[in-house]
Design a protein around this ligand. Structure first.
Ligand code: HEM
Length: 194
């Protein structure tokens, strides 16, 4: 099995658990609900993106995969002021020991662009958004397949047992942390970095 296949198998139940707990159709059914969901994602990306970027140390690969600016743009479109966006809560103490651990976390965030296409189309139809307000969920848009294939290829170049274990542990922990952050009543009180 490739490392990608191992990660997918190891996190399949976490994916289902997150989908169930998220109840995304209900969350995005009102503009306030959609804004709250984006605000939660903002906190998560604000904490995880710098840590992933530092550990990967590869701007060409990482740059197009950053999505914090997309969240800021969507939140502004939904009426949030810049100081309020900047003050949104975020998980603390997120770091990755090496690039393999960062790739495990990025597996979760990049994978979310796949199902995100379905969710984005739903939100676009609901609110009449084509671009503004939908930048985060549109994500890589028509490049989604290419970006995913390139991500998987890089993941599968991690070859040592230690790298594979680091990616698997980090991918699983990131799914768990994301579920808490998106679904807990008060995420900043309950987030634990594993
Ligand atoms: C923030 C929440 C989510 C995260 C972090 C997430 C993460 C992932 C990951 C990592 C994959 C890649 C699986 C693989 O290795 O092949 C994936 C695929 C997928 N996800 Fe999600 N997911 C999320 C929410 C959802 C939701 C709510 C749906 C339901 C619409 C969904 C539907 C899908 C689908 C259909 C695929 C497969 C796409 C394909 O193979 O072309 N996901 N997701």
């Amino acid at each position: 099995m490739s490392l990608h296949q191992r990660l997918r198998a190891a996190t399949a139940s976490a994916h289902q658990g997150l989908e169930d707990a998220l109840d995304w159709r209900a969350r995005v059914a009102t503009r306030d609900g959609y804004r709250d969901l984006l605000a939660r994602f903002h906190g998560f990306h604000a904490a995880y993106e710098p840590a992933i970027g530092d550990a990967l140390a590869d701007a060409a690969f990482w740059g197009p995969r950053r999505r914090l600016a997309a969240l800021e743009a969507d939140l502004a479109h939904l009426g949030m002021l810049e100081p309020d966006i900047a003050a949104l809560p975020q998980p603390s103490g997120v770091t990755f020991a090496d690039a393999a651990a960062a790739m495990g976390a990025l597996y979760v965030l990049e994978g979310s662009t796949l199902g995100g296409q379905v969710i984005g189309r739903h939100i676009g139809a609901l609110y009449g958004f084509a671009d503004a307000g939908l930048v985060y969920y549109r994500a890589h848009g028509r490049q989604t397949g290419l970006m995913w294939n390139a991500f998987r290829a890089r993941l599968d170049r991690l070859s040592s047992d230690a790298e594979a274990e680091a990616a698997l542990a980090s991918g699983t922990a990131t799914f768990d942390a994301l579920k808490v952050w998106l679904c807990a009543p008060d995420p900043s009180a309950s987030h634990r970095v594993g």
